[in-house]
Design a protein around this ligand. Sequence first.
Ligand code: ATP
Length: 354
Amino acid sequence: MATVEYRKIGKSFGSINILRDISFRIGDQQFVVLLGPSGCGKTTLLRMTAGLESVSEGDLMIGDKRVNDVHPRDRDIAMVFQNYALYPTMKVYDNIAFSLEVAKMPAAEIKKRVEHAAEILNLTDYLQRYPKQLSGGQRQRVAMGRAMVREPSVFLFDEPLSNLDAKLRAHMRTEIRQLHNRLKTTTIYVTHDQIEAMTMADTIAVMRAGKIEQIGSPDEIYDHPASKYVADFVGGSAINFLPGTMVAGAGGPAADTASGRIVLNGEVSAKPGQKVILGLRSTDVTVDSNGPIAARTVLLERLGHDAQLFCNGPDGQFVAVVEKGLRFDEGSEVRFAIPPAKVHVFDAETEARL
Ligand code: ATP
């Protein structure tokens, strides 16, 4: 069973504390994405898992073994780096075979594994080339092949697609996910790209300043963000945050904002008078002449499939995703509505979900 478990993991570099109280378990065959902005500590956590950084506090478990002091070579993991880390003077075949040769595996077995990996990764025709004769996507596949042939219990990926252009990135993320569906190797994947996280992960761990802010499935994280931070970070399009105050006697939970009174989901547990922040995704609001939110149009930005309407309201900029065929006069008033179940409500002070 290739499970990975972090038990109260902490990390300091000298007197600087980078990771605090990280505790969660990754089940066998799971694909977990560590998601967060630059500097939040996700690469450090991955490198600790690989054994490339020491563990300052807590227990790091792979399977049922504590591996804090186990050499990287003996952890049965393989890591794919952002820069691929290929040997430029070796052909693709030798790059993929290298770790098996170091481990003194019989040549026939090495050949079998390299050819099998090359077939899965569409590299069969490139085995006799040097890395510099390959495209970025092909180099990325060689790096994956090198990890695959070791048949590790756990794959670690450190932003493996960030050097590729947008189209190739989208293609490679489906390839990596398909590869996982096929091999089912437990995977930990680091990225700051929330679309990669949403499309690839079984489970996303959202990190913030050295801590885990929320762990859940992509749908849980998108539909029930635990904090304003998560709501802002996850979701392909803009989200509007409106400060408000809970009101009594509205027949159910509601909040007054400078833009209008917004009816909330009956499950919201906030008291009248409580200061809140409402999160309204631009994809959840609709143009509706009877809607509670009023704003003035500034710009319509066409996105091909639909369009983003930028407005100015009493709470500042307000963005809505609208049909691209809609026409607006600049500066005209538009009203918007949103279903109560789609309004995310956060405490104004703690910014935690209510
Ligand atoms: P990025 O996406 O930019 O790589 P990240 O979330 O992966 O960011 P880390 O690389 O884990 O972040 O770094 C977390 C923090 O730890 C940063 O503030 C970084 O400056 C610091 N840090 C990382 N490695 C070291 C080191 N060897 N010595 C001191 N500080 C370090």
